[in-house]
Every structure is written in structure tokens, then in C-alpha cells.
Design a protein around this ligand. Sequence first.
Ligand code: PRP
Length: 210
Amino acid sequence: MLNVALPKGRLGEKVYSMFEKAGFECPSIKEQNRKLIFENEEAGVRYFWVKPSDVAIYVERGAADIGVAGKDILLEYKPDVYELLDLDIGKCRMAVAAKKDFHDDPQRKLKVATKFSNIAGEYYSSIDRDIDIIHLNGSIEIAPILGLSDVIVDIVETGKTLKENDLEVFETIVPISARLISNKSAFKFKTESIEKVVREIQLQLSNKEV
Ligand code: PRP
């Protein structure tokens, strides 16, 4: 039985349809209910719907064999897992944004509000800039508006949230997309089925390109 952690939400539905096409179908998952675990014994697969930011925890600790997590989470928490495939969905970028009239004063510590403290810390240390990190859990865009921070480090997808709050991107730190990840020992013991998932999804991705 292959245990798969799927990120709850629209991205997870796209991921499930990739798995379905790869031969790991589980029709009961489409029933409208609040169940979180679905199994198809015949296809040898069990799916769990988990919070997107928790997928890597399930996989790292072996509660799931494989799963799909955003590159943002992998960079921020560095879970001890294998990153097997870039799924080319859930695409966005990690960026520095601020109010349009913001000018950086290098003499002062830069106040950075973010949910991604490690990514922000590593980025600013790579450019040798002294910062003061303000860790927030959401609605990061408010911080520079209220003067809590000078800039934010956050995910930008369509750019709509920034625009509607009169902020703009100053720097892109790294592009983000969804990645297929595997627990390290599951990869050793369930190699055949995990490799089948990788092979079949790779095929779907290359067909998408032509
Ligand atoms: C993310 C991110 C931005 C927004 C970007 O927020 O933190 O706020 O999406 O998307 P856009 O560029 O398409 O507008 P999320 O919905 O995860 O909520 P939260 O950060 O406030 O928890």
C-alpha cells in the first residue's frame, strides 16, 4: 500500500488527477464528504488530505510515503526527505515587496515581516544586509502599511494582493512550484511503486510540453 499525503485544496485536486492518470485511482475520493482518508486496495494506494504546509511533516516522519509540497515549505523547513519531481503546478515566487515609495537606507537595520523567516534570513545574509525579522502568520501585506515593517518577504502568485494594498515587488528571491517528495526509507522499501508514480507523472509532464 502506497500512502500519499495530498495538499488539501485546489492544488491537491490537480495533484490527485495526476496520480489518477498515473494508475493510482481512488474513485471514493471524489465523494462530497468530510473524510480525510481514502483507500483503493486494488490499486494499492491510500490518500490523506492534509494542510498543505503539513505535507512535509507527514512524509518526513513516515506517516505518508510520498506527498506533494510547495518548494517554499521545503526551503523554509528543510525536511529530511527526497525531492523527486517538480510538478510544474502551484507556480508562484518568493519575493521582497514594499510600499511604492520605499527607499532602503543601508545605514539602518531593515525591518522584514514574513511567514518565511528562514528564507528571508538566508536571503539577506547572502547579500550581507542586517535585518530585524518580524515573524507573522498571515496577512503579511498589512505590516508595511501600518509601519510594522519596511518590507515583506512573501509569496506572490498573481500579484493581486500586493496591488490591492498598494505594494510592489522589489526583488524576486526564488521561483516556487509544487514538488513530489518521498520519505527516505519508504523510497528504499517501496521503490517500485514510487518509481512508477515518478515515471508516469514525468510522462504526463513531457506530454504537456509538446
Ligand atoms: C498568499 C500570500 C499572499 C497571496 C498572494 O496568501 O501570502 O498574501 O497568497 O497571492 P496573489 O499574488 O495571487 O494575490 P495566502 O492565501 O496563503 O494567505 P495568508 O498568507 O494570509 O495566510
